[in-house]
Design a protein around this ligand. Structure first.
Ligand code: F6P
Length: 304
């Protein structure tokens, strides 16, 4: 029997509004997928709060998610990597959950026809600043690749769904687990080896140990690879020009960290759990070492 996302959420007794919120994100991701297949791949002529130039597709994806989430009556506020400020939901439409998202992570890879994704973190809160990733009640990722898949956790395991031909997300992998030991490595920010000798030594360790390289340049497919293969590690350290690296705590690292820990893996900034880092600003960045637990410990030791 095929199990839909809705049935899975019901059977898992996920709280009513959280269930509808997850379903709303899932259904909206189908518009994003359509926009990606048919839309303009040019620049929007604007930049986000990090000074990165936005693609028309980034702007459009953000608009689509914001509109759907503003109107759905389940959100208290929205924060997106593509917006400078948080969007508070007016009282007549206000729900229970703060929703934070990267509408289209890795969008610069679209014209190369690589996989990309949308990342969401959900907090039962009116506010975001002052919380920690560990306060998330759920997180989820949609991967737009040869197939469209969605993985979610509502703190009851990690589950994957595939979008079928009639537009339903159907359960494809239940209770995904990540083993302690990795055989694959996915080294983000490899240019950092030029200035960070520790990172160079970590790379040598993996290469001398004959680990297999799996790296696409998109955090979503690279970490999704770990979930699907049941092992692996993804790293993105800081370096001299950017001591905290590039990846954002709120929109990328914390939602991924919740998924990874729920699958039995680990996520660290090199010293502490990603989920223990206090959110002090929407645009906060953090280095990240995420994946198979023993391998993350090894990486943190090399980087300490
Ligand atoms: O943050 C966006 C992103 O595309 C991630 O998905 C990816 O891991 C990273 O940037 C790649 O960064 P760089 O441009 O440094 O290789």
């Amino acid at each position: 029997m095929q199990i839909s996302l809705d049935k899975h959420l019901r059977d898992s007794r996920i709280e009513h509004d959280l269930r509808y919120l997850i379903l709303k994100i899932a259904s909206t991701s189908k518009y994003i997928h359509h926009a990606m297949q048919t839309g303009d791949l040019g620049m929007a002529g604007t930049s986000n709060m990090y000074g990165e130039e936005q693609l028309s597709l980034d702007v459009l994806s953000n608009q689509i998610f914001v509109k759907e989430l503003e109107d759905c009556s389940y959100a208290t506020c929205l924060a997106s990597e593509e917006m400078d400020e948080m969007c508070k939901i007016p009282s007549e439409k206000k729900g229970k959950y703060a929703v934070v998202f990267d509408p289209l992570d890795g969008s610069s890879l679209v014209n190369a026809n690589f996989s990309i994704g949308s990342i969401f973190g959900i907090y039962n809160s009116d506010e975001i600043i002052g919380l920690k990733g560990d306060d998330q009640v759920a997180s989820l990722v949609v991967v737009y690749g040869p197939r469209v898949t969605l993985i979610y956790t509502a703190r009851k395991g990690v589950h994957e769904f595939i979008l079928n031909a009639v537009g339903e997300f159907i359960l494809s992998n239940e209770d995904i687990k990540v083993e302690k030991v990795a055989k694959h490595f996915s080294p983000g920010n490899l240019r950092a080896v030029a200035s960070e000798k520790k990172y160079k030594k970590l790379m040598d360790h993996w290469m001398n140990g004959e680990y297999t390289l799996r790296y696409s340049g998109g955090m979503v497919p690279d970490i999704n690879h770990i979930f699907m293969k049941g092992q692996g590690i993804f790293t993105y350290p800081g370096y001299k020009d950017a001591p905290k690296g590039k990846l954002r705590l709120l929109y990328e690292c914390a939602p991924m960290a919740l998924l990874m820990e729920e699958a039995g893996g680990m996520a660290s900034d090199g010293k502490k759990r990603i989920l223990d880092i206090k959110i002090e600003a929407l645009d906060q960045r953090t280095p990240i070492y995420i994946g198979s637990a023993d391998e993350v410990k090894i990486a943190c030791k090399f980087m300490s």
